[in-house]
Design a protein around this ligand. Structure first.
Ligand code: KIV
Length: 280
């Protein structure tokens, strides 16, 4: 299968194909998702919550992101790999954003980066794009600054907030972002934003009228049980499957049903004489 590029990704808007995106944090999951045919894999900073056990995405570091992004790149042949810039890695200066953004491409094999924010991050977006790092924007509910937004809440609910979001989307497009993630906004607003900008709009909790859809893989597979946002559909229920499998293993090693003959190595040699060997 051919590798998907940023150019391919852009051209999918309006092609009739809905762009698929899932998060991935390690090589084996990346391989499974890639082979299933997903268009793009986001090494999201949701890593912090669903894999590393933090309470939010705020503590996630560049080193943690790069470590997992490398693994995802090793497991991917086809999908576009997007590295998520963690909180504090692009807000200080354009120079800082370029230094960290280029690391995702140079050290982790990512194809592009994603960062959160609207007009306030446009200088960083422009700097990165000029430096040769393709950037995906992320507006609406931005988990890194959820505190400022009043928590994990739907954004753009009234006309003033909707206008702000539209202005952010247009500014990001102008700054050179090749696509936008739009998180937790009313479906009718997403439909309009998608029409007003020329780059693909990837929705998460933004309804059906988007150019693409993204979910956190642990949410859609039913692997993360701490909480499930309203916009998640669980396509599998892996957490109870894992508990059941582990409990069966625990029982079988006690009863001796595991390991069975087919899981053990046999030889012709009779080792019983070893029992009679005297200790030196
Ligand atoms: O970190 C992440 O997983 C994300 C998605 C929710 C879009 O940013």
């Amino acid at each position: 299968m051919k590798k998907i590029t940023v150019k391919d990704f852009r051209e999918m808007k309006g092609s009739g194909h809905i762009i698929s995106m899932l998060t991935a944090y390690d090589a084996s999951m990346a391989r499974l998702l890639d082979q299933a045919g997903v268009d793009s894999l986001l090494v999201g900073d949701s890593l912090g919550m669903v894999v590393l056990g933090y309470d939010s995405t705020v503590p996630v570091t560049m080193e943690e992101m790069l470590h997992h992004a490398r693994a995802v790149s090793r497991g991917t042949e086809h999908a576009l790999v997007i590295g998520d810039m963690p909180f504090g890695s692009y807000q200080v200066s354009v120079e800082q954003a370029i230094i960290n953004g280029t690391r995702f491409l140079k050290e982790a094999g990512c194809d592009c980066v994603k960062l959160e924010g609207g007009r306030e991050v446009c200088a960083a977006v422009q700097g990165l794009v000029r430096a040769g790092v393709p950037v995906m924007g992320h507006i609406g509910l931005t988990p890194q600054t959820a505190g400022q937004l009043g928590g994990f809440k739907v954004q753009g609910k009234d006309m003033t907030a909707a206008r702000q979001l539209l202005a952010d989307a247009q500014a990001l497009e102008q700054a050179g972002a090749f696509a936008l993630v739009l998180e937790a906004v009313p479906a009718p607003l997403a439909k309009i934003l998608r029409q007003k900008i020329s780059v693909p709009v990837i929705g998460i909790g933004a309804g059906p009228d988007c150019d693409g859809q993204v979910l956190v893989v642990h949410d859609m597979l039913g692997l993360f049980e701490k909480f499930t946002p309203k916009f998640v559909k669980q396509y599998c229920h892996l957490a109870p499957d894992i508990t059941q499998g582990v409990q069966a293993y625990l029982q079988e090693i006690q009863t001796g049903d595991f390991p069975a003959e087919e899981h053990s190595f046999a030889v012709q040699e009779d080792f019983s004489a070893l029992l009679a060997d005297k200790e030196e």
